[in-house]
Design a protein. Structure first.
Length: 308
């Protein structure tokens, strides 16, 4: 058993139960790879469309295991100074001025004082590696596909040995490896060298029954009939060729919005008025506002009526 596997679920069933207790509805395949990642101390690489619940897994883990959550939100141009560390230059300059004022002449001593950990600004990577022993953090590397290949290459040392090298201080190694969750929306392919260091799972859109349970848990105030119509409507939308299919996050937003409007069922006007909470591109909204949207609604009500 690895250090990272302490205080984690003892079985796949226990992992499913842990997720369920924190209102995360997951299938057995996801629970299995999550259980193995925790027990083996390996990073978990989650791939899938935006809004299907990848990031939420890290949040649930941190809460369930009582670990700090450290999030590195990736973006184009992300570099070491933003992701790992940088020096506090104003504090270093003050150190130099103080040395000059006191007549300090030992250059080695001055350099040691300048590059002291007191002047080190720790960014998410370094924070994750220097976590509290016995309570290593959950380290979320979110939307890795937004960065470039150079940053991917930099991550290899971290994911292989859970250490990072700072030229002025040397190599800093985690006393206890963090629990690492990496997410990507697959806007580009991630290099095999990084994937090999991880366990992998594709997070897909949920089936209707699972999405229904998600809405019941996340929007408990929604009427049961409305919840059924919302899920059926979204499931049909995902079968169309939209620019961006609505994710689970959007389904939750739509259910919340309709509940705030005290709606008990869907109707064409309500759907048209609230599509902005569900779809995020005008071309998609314009398509659903017309006859296509009314046809979907008719099909949804007919399907639910037949189902009893």
């Amino acid at each position: 058993m690895t250090a990272a596997s302490r205080n984690v679920p003892e079985s796949i069933e226990a992992t499913l139960k842990m997720l369920e207790e924190h209102d995360y509805v997951a299938g057995r395949a996801l629970a299995t790879v999550l259980f193995l990642s925790l027990r083996m101390g390996r990073p978990l690489f989650l791939e899938g469309e935006a809004g299907v619940g990848k990031t939420e897994i890290a949040k649930v883990l941190a809460h369930a295991l009582d670990r700090p959550l450290i999030r590195l939100q990736c973006y184009e141009g992300l570099d070491v100074s933003s992701a790992v560390y940088e020096w506090n230059y104003p504090a270093q300059m003050l150190e130099i001025r103080l040395a000059e004022a006191t007549g300090e002449a030992d250059r080695d001593r001055i350099e040691t004082n300048i590059f002291d950990e007191r002047h080190l600004i720790r960014r998410p990577v370094l924070q994750a590696l220097q976590g509290e022993p016995g309570r290593a953090p959950v380290f979320l590397i979110d939307e890795l596909d937004r960065t470039d290949e150079a940053f991917e290459a930099f991550l290899l040392e971290i994911l292989s040995d859970f250490q990072v090298t700072i030229p002025e201080l040397g190599t800093i190694k985690a006393a206890e490896p963090p629990i690492v969750i990496i997410t990507t929306n697959r806007t580009r392919e991630i290099h095999d060298a990084l994937k090999r260091r991880c366990l992998y799972h594709w997070v897909d859109y949920p089936e209707a029954d699972a999405e229904l349970e998600i809405i019941r848990r996340k929007v408990p105030g929604a009427a049961e009939a409305l919840t059924a119509e919302i899920v059926a409507y979204v499931q049909k939308l995902r079968q169309m060729e939209l620019f961006k299919n609505p994710g689970v996050a959007e389904t939750i937003d739509w259910a919340t919005a309709l509940t705030e409007l005290d709606r008990l069922a869907l109707d064409p006007q309500t759907v048209s008025d609230t599509l902005g909470t569900l779809l995020k591109y005008q071309d998609d909204i314009a398509r659903i506002e017309g006859s296509a949207g009314r046809q979907i609604l008719d099909e949804v009500k007919a399907d639910l009526a037949r189902a009893g």
